[in-house]
Design a protein around this ligand. Structure first.
Ligand code: HEC
Length: 464
C-alpha cells in the first residue's frame, strides 16, 4: 500500500518529498497517518490544513477506522495512528458516529474499547458532540469494570458535566477500585457546593494513609479543588504534619475561599511548623487572601523569614528590576519567539507556541510588569495546580518528571519535555508525587541581555 514516499516510523519528520506532496495537495491519507499524532505544532497545523482542503480524506479516514475496528491489533504505532486519525477527523459526523457505536458495543472487545476511549480523551473537540457525551454517560455504568474505569478517566480529562450523580455513586461504591472512586470524585470536586462527610473522610484517609501513590495525590488534588466547610478545613490542617510540602500546596486552594479567623490562624500555625522551605510565599498568599487581617498579621513573621531565606533571589530580582531599560513590544515578540529564549516551546502568545506552560495570550491583563519579571526570573514562586510538576519513580529505577497529561486505566502520561509524552505504566509506579519546582527553567537573567529582557517583559505586558 505504502508508496515510494514511505516514511520510517522512527524518523521524527516526514521526508522532504512527502512534505512537498502534502503541501501540493497530492499526499494520500495512508502516507500521512504516521504523522497525524505528531507532537509538533507546525507539522500538526500543516496536516490539519491539508485535511480541511482534501474532501477525499474524510471518507478515507472513516474507511480506515472501520478497517481497524474489524482487524484490531495493539501496538504503540497503531495507538498513535488511531489517536492521530481521531484528532484530525473528530469533527466529522461519520467518524463521531462510528466511534460512539464501537465504544458502546460490548462486541467491540475490551482492549479495543479502552483504546478508543483513550483516543477520544485526547481529541481536541470542545464541547464534545452529543453522540460522545451520550456514550460516555452510558459506559460509566458498563458491566465491564475496566471500560467503566476508563470512562471515568475520559470524563475527567474532557471535564464532561451532566453525569455528576453517576460519578458520585461510583465514588461512594466500595466495590470499585480506589483509583476510580477518587478519579470520579475529582471530576465533581469543583462543581459541588459541599463535600459530603463520608466522601471527605474517604479522601482524607487516602491522602494520609492510602497505599497507592497516584491515588494519594489525586485525593489531595480533589480536596484542594473542593468546597470545604470551615470545620472540614480545620480538620484538614491537622493532616499537614503528615504530608510533604508539595502535597500541602495541592490542598491550599481549598482555603482560599474561607473567611474564618480560627481556620486561618490554624493554617498559619501549621505552615509555621513545616520543616525546611515549606510552601512558597506566593502559594500561601493566595490561600490566605480572604482571611481577616489578624491572620495576615500572624503570618507576617513567617512570610518575612521565608522571603529572607530567598534573599539572594529577591536581591537579584531588585537588581534586575533596577537595571531594566525602556522595552519595545515588537522586539520583545522576536525575543519570545527566538531559539535563545525558547519560550514558544512551552507557551503560546501572539498566535504561536506550545502548551507545556500557561497560555500567555492574555497575561498582561492579570500580571503587572513586576510580577511578570518575577515569573520569568523565578518561576518556582507560585505554580498553578494545573501546571504542577510531578515526579514518577518506577520499580525499574527510572525517574520521570513532568506535567500530568492524562491518566488511563493502565498508565500515567507525563509531559516530560516540550513535545514529549511519556507513559509510565501504572503497575510499575513505585512513587508518584508533586514537586515544588516549576518545569520552567531558571536563569533567563543570564541568558538574555538586559535590553532583551526589558523588551520581553514589555511584550508580555502587552498581551491582553
Ligand atoms: C520548559 C517549558 C517552559 C519554558 C521553556 C518557559 N516556560 Fe514559562 N512556564 C512554564 C510552566 C510549566 C509554567 C507554570 C508553572 C509556573 O508558574 O512556574 C510557566 C509559567 C510562566 C509564567 C507565569 C504565568 C502566570 O500565569 O503567572 C510566565 C510569565 C512565563 N512562564 C513566561 C515565560 C517566558 C517569557 C519564557 C521564555 C523566556 C518561558 N516562560 C519559558 C514552562 C516553561
Amino acid at each position: 500500500m505504502i508508496g515510494p514516499l514511505a516514511v520510517r516510523a522512527d524518523a521524527d519528520q516526514p521526508t522532504p518529498a512527502l512534505l512537498a506532496e502534502i503541501e501540493a495537495g497530492r499526499a494520500r491519507l495512508d502516507q500521512v497517518l504516521p504523522w497525524l499524532d505528531a507532537e509538533q505544532p507546525d507539522l500538526q497545523r500543516l496536516l490539519l490544513e491539508a485535511a480541511w482542503s482534501r474532501p477525499d480524506w474524510g471518507p478515507a479516514a472513516v474507511k480506515q477506522l472501520r478497517n481497524w475496528l474489524t482487524h484490531p491489533t495493539f501496538s504503540a504505532d497503531r495507538d498513535r495512528q488511531l489517536t492521530g486519525l481521531l484528532q484530525t477527523f473528530a469533527d466529522q459526523d461519520e467518524v463521531q458516529a462510528v466511534l460512539a457505536k464501537a465504544i458502546a458495543d460490548p462486541a467491540t472487545g475490551q482492549a479495543q474499547r479502552l483504546q478508543l476511549l483513550q483516543g477520544l480523551a485526547r481529541t481536541r473537540l470542545d464541547p464534545l458532540p452529543d453522540a460522545w457525551l451520550n456514550v460516555l454517560r452510558t459506559v460509566l455504568t458498563d458491566e465491564d469494570r475496566m471500560v467503566c474505569q476508563e470512562a471515568v478517566f475520559t470524563v475527567k480529562m474532557k471535564d464532561v458535566d451532566g453525569c455528576d450523580s453517576i460519578l458520585r455513586a461510583i465514588g461512594k461504591n466500595g466495590k470499585y477500585p480506589l483509583e476510580i472512586r477518587i478519579a470520579g470524585l475529582e471530576c465533581l470536586a469543583s462543581r459541588q457546593r459541599a463535600c459530603e462527610p463520608d466522601l471527605f473522610g474517604l479522601l482524607r484517609e487516602q491522602m494520609t494513609a492510602g497505599k497507592q501513590a497516584p491515588v494519594k495525590v489525586a485525593a489531595a488534588r480533589t480536596l484542594g479543588a473542593s468546597r470545604l466547610s470551615d470545620a472540614q478545613l480545620a480538620a484538614l490542617v491537622e493532616d499537614f504534619s503528615q504530608l510533604p510540602a508539595a502535597t500541602i500546596s495541592l490542598l491550599l486552594p481549598a482555603f482560599s475561599k474561607s473567611k474564618d479567623a480560627k481556620v486561618g490562624m490554624a493554617l498559619v500555625a501549621a505552615l509555621e511548623r513545616l520543616p525546611g522551605a515549606g510552601v512558597s510565599v506566593g502559594e500561601a498568599d493566595r490561600a490566605l487572601a480572604c482571611f481577616p487581617n489578624e491572620v495576615h498579621v500572624r503570618f507576617r513573621p513567617l512570610r518575612e523569614a521565608t522571603l529572607s531565606r530567598n534573599r539572594q533571589d529577591w536581591g537579584q530580582l531588585e537588581r534586575v528590576a533596577r537595571e531594566l531599560l525602556p522595552g519595545d513590544v515588537r522586539r520583545g515578540k522576536l525575543v519570545f519567539q527566538s531559539d535563545k529564549a525558547g519560550c514558544t516551546a512551552c507557551h503560546r502568545a501572539a498566535g504561536q507556541g506550545g502548551a507545556v506552560g500557561p497560555n500567555l495570550s492574555k497575561i498582561g491583563v492579570i500580571r503587572s510588569h513586576r510580577e511578570l519579571l518575577e515569573s520569568v526570573l523565578f518561576p518556582d514562586g507560585y505554580v498553578a495546580p494545573e501546571f504542577r510538576t510531578y515526579l514518577a519513580a518506577t520499580d525499574r529505577g527510572q525517574i520521570h518528571t513532568g506535567l500530568l497529561l492524562q491518566e488511563t486505566t493502565d498508565a500515567i502520561y507525563l509531559r516530560t519535555a516540550p513535545r514529549v509524552r511519556t507513559p509510565v505504566a501504572r503497575r510499575q509506579v513505585e512513587d508518584f508525587a508533586p514537586v515544588a519546582a516549576s518545569l520552567m527553567p531558571r536563569g533567563f537573567d543570564k541568558v538574555l541581555s538586559r535590553q532583551e529582557l526589558s523588551d520581553l517583559i514589555e511584550f508580555l505586558a502587552s498581551q491582553r
